[in-house]
Design a protein around this ligand. Structure first.
Ligand code: ADP
Ligand code: MG
Length: 552
């Protein structure tokens, strides 16, 4: 019965499905169940997400959409018909309303437009692309991909033809996206798969054998799979590049181009392509130009950063007192709440973890020197609450959706305010309430003024010593021209809207780009930080900073 699209990807057979839908008795609609019983239970699949949502603040976040004939945004999930399966899984996920990026991206993707979206971590990007893509797939069915898969050989030597491909920079992120995809494909016949490096490829291939309609992959492993003839992209109608800036920073551009341009993937304009990125530096603009057709550019204001959902505390703690102060904080923390502790160095992370462990705390750590496996293990122990304290370096924690963190502690403050904002954004995610405590001492002089500005802006309590320090600092140091940082609410602008962008001959072509120094200016190329919105949100300008949002 894989003839019609509806049958294939599962709208509900007669009316039985609907009533069974909202209870967990999945067995009442056996026709639609794709997963074997042992792999998960619905309560496990939809567990643990989003409690205490406080969306009022969240709704204020400005979104700017540019590009020709931009579809109108939605205000509620009901405003767009994504079909029973998607709507049901949204309900099971307890998403009551779309986040700002979802309000815009969903109708854009639904109307088959390419999309370049700049939004920071935690804004709900994953669902913003997964929901409309899955909805389209349920609608359209597998098409030629199905026959291709049938035709190409005997058991065990099959090539798989995913209809949708999501590229992500790291294995942790790929797994997160995969987990979301499993939620939103629940009770459908779409089978998500995930492949990433550093894990047994044989096992991943065996999993592909069970069917692969939506593939989440890291670029390196996917190239490997393609070269082994396990994956064909011939029928890949939906391509997503998630955290594109980070993939480039990690050096994945050759692999990405190999996958998208030098193989069998349908061309741009034929496939639908969506790119997501926290920043919009030149390298990403070039990729957007090469991969996207007549795209809509979405700039989403910062989330969480100035949000009053996060209580920010700055306390003066001498270097030598940090550990005992931390113990005080931890002993005051509820047993079930997750605490994320940021330190500056890998060594510092190991040392602090050891210390806390000896003090009897269940904790774990994540940093660049730990193996993928250890990092993954640490993350899952943290998420599950088995180790409710995670000591992390900024780089290792980057981009991870560690969602229900109650308390972020800056054991070591970063020297850069963007990094500070990014860290504290780990708490108070998608409208939850959170607390961020930062240890401050002589060493942190360079962040004083910016920190003060942030506290004031977010209407937080400002310690009087910080105020006087900032005052002193301001009079000591010459004007650093910082003011631009606060000029807009966005991390990026559509470069096509500026004089320097658009037809100005671009950026020197592909060859030139390869010689271009990496990690230089990370602005969007060409001034024009207009003030479209005067909002509470801040940030927006990375041009001054050597360090982008991700700290790379
Ligand atoms: P991003 O990719 O922008 O970093 P994610 O897609 O990882 O953000 O989403 C962050 C968290 O918010 C996840 O735990 C996700 O389940 C949750 N979330 C996303 N959209 C909604 C929504 N509409 N309502 C409630 N929670 C949501
Ligand atoms: Mg994401």
């Amino acid at each position: 019965g894989w003839n019609t699209a509806k049958e294939t990807y599962g709208s509900f057979p007669n009316n039985r499905g609907k009533s069974a839908f909202f209870n967990d008795r999945a067995t009442s609609v056996p026709f639609l169940i794709r997963f074997c019983k042992s792999s998960f239970s619905p309560s496990e699949l939809f567990a643990g997400s989003n409690t205490g949502i406080n969306f009022e603040k969240y709704d204020d976040i400005p979104v700017e959409a540019t590009g020709q004939n931009c579809p109108h945004h939605i205000d509620s999930f009901q405003d767009v018909d994504m079909g029973e399966i998607v709507m049901g899984n949204i309900a099971l996920s307890r998403y009551t309303r779309p986040t700002p990026v979802q309000k815009y991206a969903i109708p854009i993707v639904k109307s088959k437009r390419d999309l370049m979206a700049c939004a920071q971590t935690g804004s709900g990007k994953t669902a913003a692309f997964l929901l409309p893509i899955l909805s389209q797939i349920y609608n359209d069915g597998p098409g030629e991909a199905l026959n291709a898969a049938k035709d190409n050989g005997k058991y065990g030597r099959r090539k798989h033809f995913p209809i949708s491909l999501v590229l992500a920079p790291t294995r942790e992120l790929a797994l997160q996206i995969y987990d979301e995809a499993r939620k939103f494909s629940y009770r459908s016949r779409v089978r998500p798969c995930v492949v990433y490096g550093g894990a047994d490829i044989g096992q991943q291939i065996r999993d592909l054998e069970r069917g692969c309609h939506l593939l989440v992959a890291t670029p390196g492993r996917l190239v490997d799979m393609m070269e082994r003839g396990k994956i064909g992209l011939d029928f890949c109608n939906y391509l997503v590049l998630d955290e594109a800036d980070r993939m480039l920073d990690m050096g994945f551009e050759p692999q990405i181009r190999r996958i998208v341009e030098q193989d069998t993937m349908p061309h741009k304009g034929i496939r639908q392509t969506m790119m997501f990125s926290a920043t919009f530096p030149k390298e990403i603009q070039i990729l957007a130009r090469d991969f996207l057709e007549e795209y809509i550019f979405l700039a989403v204001g910062r989330v969480g950063s100035t949000s009053e959902n996060i209580t920010q505390k700055v306390v003066w703690v001498e270097e030598s007192d940090k550990r005992s102060f931390l113990l005080d904080l931890l002993s005051a923390t509820g047993k079930d709440s997750l605490t994320l502790v940021f330190v500056e160095t890998k060594k510092g992370a190991d040392a602090l973890e050891d210390f806390l462990y000896r003090e009897g705390y269940a904790c774990t750590s994540i940093h660049g020197d730990r193996s993928q496996r250890d990092r993954e293990e640490a993350l899952s122990q943290f998420r599950s609450g088995k180790c409710p304290i995670l000591v992390a370096t900024a780089v290792a924690a980057r981009g991870l959706d560690i969602s229900n963190v109650k308390h972020v502690i800056n054991f070591d403050l970063p020297s850069d305010i963007e990094e500070y904002v990014h860290r504290i954004g780990r708490t108070g995610r998608v409208g939850n309430l959170g607390l961020a405590t930062s240890f401050f001492n002589d060493k942190n002089g360079n962040i004083t003024k910016d920190l003060l500005d942030i506290l004031v802006e977010a209407k937080q309590e400002v310690p009087s010593w910080l105020e006087s320090l900032a005052y002193e600092h301001q009079h000591k140091s010459s004007n650093r021209g910082r003011s631009k940082r606060f000029s807009g609410g966005f991390g990026a602008r559509d470069y096509r809207q500026t004089a320097a962008g658009g037809t100005a001959g671009g950026f020197g072509g592909r060859g030139g780009r390869n010689q271009a120094a990496h990690g230089g200016t990370r602005g969007f190329g060409g001034g024009g930080f207009g003030n479209f919105y005067t909002t509470d949100a801040y940030g927006g300008n990375y041009a001054h900073s050597q360090v982008d949002w991700w700290g790379n």
